[in-house]
Design a protein around this ligand. Sequence first.
Ligand code: FA5
Length: 326
Amino acid sequence: MAERIQAIENQAIVQLTEVKNLLELENFRVHYMGKKGLITELLQHLKDLTPEERPVFGKNLNIAKRRIEDMIAEKKTLFENLETEKKIKTDAIDVTLPGRGYARGKLHPITQVMEEVKEIFLRLGFIVESGPDIETDYYNFEALNIPKHHASRDMWSTLYVGEETLLRTHTSPVQIRVMEKKKPPLAVIAPGRVFRRDADPTHSTVFHQIEGFAVDKNITFANLKGVITAFLHAVFGKEKKVRFRPSYFPFTEPSAEVDVEWGDGWLEILGCGMIDPNVFKAVDYDPEVWSGYAFGMGIERIAMLKFGIKDIRLFFENDMRFLKQF
Ligand code: FA5
């Protein structure tokens, strides 16, 4: 019997070297220790032995049983450790990896220029006002000395919303809205979106203007020229060539336009002039008492000059390769 026990133990030792994982180890355990396992089976023989033989047999069997159990436990720990190691390698978070990082948003180049221009006028003492994108015929045209059927309406290819409503073609209606509410002295800028049926490399259907105007006693064209020149120097520097050119607007008299050198030509950036007495009458200001200047500038045009952009439409295509450069 002792030999039989020894044989089973030896067999277990050899067989265990072939066990490759926890599942096989469990099968191994059942083969030896299970209810019908080899060790359990040997116990059945106890009853066939003499009372003298039994203790020795029992003792030997117990020793063998414990040895096999120890081997199984040892192997189990080994497999479990291997499994943990594998898990660490595959699942674990590698804290040494650099963070994933998130893309930081930026202001659109037009917003950047808008903010820069606003800042300049705030420093010059102007306040900011605003008006609606959808305007009435009265504010966009009539109060600005542009009666119905007047030829000068053709200066703006207007997008109409209804009979008397339209998408504002310029920010000048804000002049009227502010002067209706407030009394002079006034120095106001009004940034906003404007809309026209225009589309080519220097004209967009939707674009941005900043309106500016000042009303007080004894305001002259020299004040207008001084403010515009200060603005041009702040945005473009003193070296950039600019020119004031006589022009026409129904709501200013005299009127001028300002161009900035652009390649071997010029790019127009703003219109301006002395507020027409008819505009003052529309808002109940006495033109004998008050005088003022006004201007309206194209923000995209200023951005084109600042950044060297040849086609205005690039600003509205939302191509990240373009936008990321600002
Ligand atoms: C006006 O809109 C006048 N309201 C400006 C003004 C205000 C004059 C106050 C006198 C007193 P004009 O249509 O020229 O004027 O437009 C003004 C500026 O907007 C232009 O000089 C140009 O810089 C810009 N602009 C005009 N049309 C477009 C367009 N389609 N796309 C981009 N910029 C434009």
